[in-house]
Write a protein that binds this ligand. Structure first.
Ligand SMILES: C[S@@+](CC[C@H](N)C(=O)[O-])C[C@H]1O[C@@H](n2cnc3c(N)ncnc32)[C@H](O)[C@@H]1O
Length: 289
């Protein structure tokens, strides 16, 4: 019996994924085949034929991806800046756009470390631990802390942050890390920010597989950001900085949550390379009691 050919398997998988509405069919088809074969996407060209058992396993994964299971749930891995994260059901899959917020925080933390010889960093709503793990990886001298409310997500973060030196807690960002009040230099948060009414517009991968606590936040999507603003004003030292991701349509409303309180200086919004509003940053002008 002839063995399935790599090129035909890929062509068939791409067609099935495209038909199912998957956003990046070529990438995902190749990534899944590489996963099944225990190799990299780049090395697939070295193979002409695929073992029938592996081809069957591949077919099963393509069927699940076509049903819009997230690619990262199928491979069990997500890459974020320079770190690898274990992900699966129960935790928000980290997104490439959040790498911008993490990059901003890495630069600020490195600056503080040079200026003061120490730096306290806190990542609220840490999910898989992606931002906190990047900070620990790229700014090894910083003292990084992280908090997550959802016990299932916290368990994934515990796994991802083991051995990194990050202090992780299970808790609510509104009250966590009381002992850090007035001491944090750099605070990051990628909170839930989708308006409840936008439910139907969310891609099936997110709507059906990311935890709802990670996605939705009140009628205008800004409830968690309001909690963050109040808590950041308490946790940061005077002059400390906060960075928070938001939806691209919140490029004015999200910064306004900060600028409206009178507590913040240098409130500004940051765009990605495609010009989409992505995250806001602000500096604590005075310490809220
Ligand atoms: C959009 S996800 C971001 C996860 C991760 N920071 C990332 O960027 O991939 C938001 C996370 O915030 C958590 N969360 C929601 N409300 C929270 C709260 N009040 N306190 C702490 N974590 C919260 C959710 O469980 C979810 O893991």
């Amino acid at each position: 019996m002839s063995r399935p050919r790599r090129r035909e398997l890929l062509t068939d998988a791409v067609a099935r994924l495209r038909e199912a509405g998957v956003a990046s069919p070529e990438h995902d088809a190749a990534e899944l085949l590489a996963h099944v074969l225990g190799t990299t996407r780049g090395a697939l060209v070295l193979l002409d034929e695929v073992d029938p058992d592996r081809a069957a396993a591949y077919d099963a994964l393509v069927t699940r991806r076509a049903a819009r299971e997230p690619l990262q749930h199928l491979t069990g891995v997500a890459w974020f800046r320079h770190v690898e994260l274990a992900v699966g059901p129960g935790v928000f899959v980290p997104r490439p756009e959040t790498e911008l917020l993490a990059g901003w925080a890495v630069e600020r933390a490195a600056e503080v470390l040079v200026e003061r010889g120490e730096c306290v960093v806190l990542d609220l709503c840490t999910g898989s631990g992606a931002v906190a793990k990047s900070l620990a990886d790229e700014v090894p001298g910083a003292r990084v802390h992280a908090v997550e409310l959802d016990p299932d997500a916290h368990a994934w973060a515990e796994r991802n942050l083991a051995g990194t030196g990050v202090e992780l807690r299970l808790g609510d960002m509104a009250t966590a890390f009381e002992e850090l009040v007035g001491t944090v230099d750099v605070l990051t948060c990628n909170p839930p920010y989708i308006p409840l009414e936008a439910w139907e517009s969310v891609a099936p991968e997110a709507r059906d597989h990311d935890p709802h606590l990670a996605l939705f936040s009140g009628q205008d999507g800004l409830d968690a950001l309001r909690v963050l603003e109040r808590r950041a004003a308490v946790l940061l030292r005077g002059g400390g900085v906060v960075g928070a991701e938001h939806a691209d349509v919140q490029g004015e409303s999200a910064p306004a949550v900060f600028s409206g309180t009178g507590r913040w200086a240098d409130v500004r919004d940051h765009r990605d390379l495609a010009g989409r509003a992505r995250f806001l940053t602000a500096r604590l002008a005075r310490w809220a009691s």
